[in-house]
Design a protein around this ligand. Sequence first.
Ligand code: GLN
Length: 534
Amino acid sequence: MTKYIFVTGGVVSGLGKGITASSVALLLKSRGYKVFMQKFDPYFNVDPGTMNPIQHGEVFVTYDGCETDLDLGHYERFIDEELNYSSNITSGKIFKSVIDKERHGDYLGATVQMIPHITNEIKNKVYEAGHSSGADIVITEIGGTVGDIESQPFIEALRQIQYERGSSETFFIHCTLIPYIFGSNELKTKPTQNSVRDLRNMGIRPDALVCRAPYNTGDHIKEKLSLFCSVPKEHVIDSIDVNNIYEIPINYYEQKIDEIILKQFGLPIKRADLSDWKNLIKTVNNLDKEIEIALVGKYVELHDAYISVAESLKHAGYKYNTKININWIDSEKLEDDKVNLKEVFKNSKGILVPGGFGTRGINGKIKAITYARTNDIPFLGICLGMQLAVIEFARNVCGIKDANSTEFDANTKEPIIDLMADQKSVVNMGGTLRLGNYECAITKNTLAYKDYNSEKILERHRHRYEFNNKYMKLLESKGMVFSGVNEKADLVEIIELPKLKHFIASQFHPEFRSRPLKPAPLFDSFIKASIENK
Ligand code: GLN
């Protein structure tokens, strides 16, 4: 029988609900339970794929090609499990499915309503995740904060689940804020009381509170919250600000949140094996070197837009005991001829150009790539970063002055990057990119082979445009090596310039598979080369 944990949030957004959900999942997994994770996002986009990253941060992609909220990235990095299509459900998905069923005639003459039709659809997504994953425990995080109009159908569905399944099969964690008020110099519980009252008004009784606070709250606060919120004192868990997010599971472990949950579920409390995780924290807190890596993107004002890339850089850094400082560079600003690139990259030991869409900032990224190539600075290009590395090489080394992508100039004479044939007829923008896992065959005796040590790999994709194979011979004759290809569809996956110390780029996104204890191979070798770049 699957058990269900729900994580809601109150008071303010950005409390780290996703990290709380991930941490609880990690602890339960460490005690031998199979866990699955899910996020509900109350917005009406069917998925975040059509959203500007400045609005919502990175779009994370699962192996089966679902474009999801960035919290899924945290989940995968913490629990080291591949999540899937049932892991990210939006209001858009729920309403679309209900309306499709109505048009199909599935409701047999009924008036279609918020309750029970929308709420049943939501409940089905929860139960489906349990059935399809075969997990012992499913953890579902609800986006937004309690009280938002948009999240009400979700909260109502959870109320029904709590009533149907009872407390031996469900556990509700409510994350809130305990602010410190300067002047009165104390921690305040009122916002938490109010937020729990809001939740109870909607019929849900939380089983535990996770309280974000600047320091541990102490007995007095816990007793007060216990009294006002009807939660046992031991179920009030402190979530204090930490130096690195990997410490959070251990903080919760010390407060026995996993034991409290398992006790309520009537499940045996098996011994927790957290040794790898504890070693990771030791490593992260004792890094003895540091280097700067330049990340040249167009959404850099919101670091969350590149969160998996930034995390992957850190993971590779851990392996070499090195702290990675990111030099966030707005590619558009590099376009000004007055900008001195030498000055911009002065301290950067490596240059990374990540993925992106649209024309803004393209020329700045190309300038950064020229700088990396001509100064032999370790370079890693990802997706758009690979496409631009190819364009740069075609223009500046092969003399194809007009080399371009049809994404930036639909009528370019030299479409080095072009739409795949099956993309040319696409009308809808949402969900129609080349998404998720595709195979890549790697040529022996290349940097890519050295990195992966395998002739066949699987990596995740999210793009519409591709390298145009017509130009392959010419680029090869000038020294570019096409070291990874998708053989089935005849598509380029990895390029490199072996004459340089370290210059490699991939059409896929290696950042989605990097883990704190298992850095992605392309990040691993990039960081190693950057450390060696004196
Ligand atoms: N805009 C490019 C494409 O659609 C690259 C996408 C990306 O970097 N994720 O192919």
